[in-house]
Write a protein that binds this ligand. Structure first.
Ligand SMILES: Cc1cc2nc3c(=O)[nH]c(=O)nc-3n(C[C@H](O)[C@H](O)[C@H](O)COP(=O)(O)O)c2cc1C
Length: 196
């Protein structure tokens, strides 16, 4: 990666990709984090693959994606524990309303949720959903619950939605640069100064 200064403190970042329309943007964020010198692993939910191909995520990550399938391989590894220990920060981008709800009630029925439950050190949520879903009191309550445990949020942003049926509102995935800045702020590290 020529021309890119290593960050002051390269970190281990686990990017959780969940099943929302904005999942197609996840490879861009993964690449940006790697370009900033961070080590990145990716865990995706089954629903995520409805919106972004596994191979695209794997190429962005430079290694295979961790999935519910790899979780249940008879490998002798307990992936949710090893990933939780490995990661300095878990970034869920995009985060569905569903993934936030699972974390807020302590469900661990998929690899990403179980990893968060297994003691992830820092969790940063980048929600993306229809504005009504984001404004729904149950989603708002879940976000407050997660914040109460020290989780952080970046976005969602206001603007137009992917579907022509929807009116503009608050629900868009935060811009890539904002997501990366929020990661760096949470880690307490400096950026490379190579902002785009
Ligand atoms: C076409 C379509 C688009 C969707 N977009 C979103 C979305 O942007 N945000 C969201 O929270 N849920 C969205 N959903 C619902 C999620 O896919 C659904 O809640 C799913 O269970 C999420 O699973 P996951 O959190 O395990 O990835 C969408 C569903 C469909 C069929």
């Amino acid at each position: 990666m020529t021309g890119i200064l290593p960050p002051m403190h390269a970190a281990k970042i686990l990017v959780g990709v969940t099943g929302g329309i904005a999942a197609y943007k996840a490879p861009g964020a993964i690449r940006r984090l790697r370009e900033a010198g961070h080590e990145v692993k990716v865990v995706a939910t089954e629903a995520a693959f409805r919106f972004v191909p596994e191979e695209t995520l794997a190429v962005a990550a430079g290694e295979p994606v961790h999935t519910d399938t790899t979780w249940w391989e008879r490998s002798g590894r307990v992936e949710h524990v090893s990933l939780a220990r490995w990661a300095d920060l878990v970034l869920v981008a995009p985060a569905t309303a569903d993934s936030m709800a699972r974390a807020a009630v302590g469900l661990g029925d998929d690899l990403l949720s179980a990893t968060i439950l297994a003691g992830a050190k820092r969790v940063l949520w980048a929600p993306a959903m229809n504005p009504e879903m984001w404004a729904n009191p149950v989603t708002a309550r879940n976000a407050e619950t997660l914040k109460g445990w020290g989780h952080r949020f970046v976005g969602p942003a206001a603007g137009s939605m992917a579907s022509a049926e929807e009116l503009p509102g608050v629900g868009r995935l935060a811009e890539e640069s904002e997501v990366v800045a929020a990661v760096e702020a949470f880690l307490g590290t400096r950026t490379t100064g190579r902002e785009r």
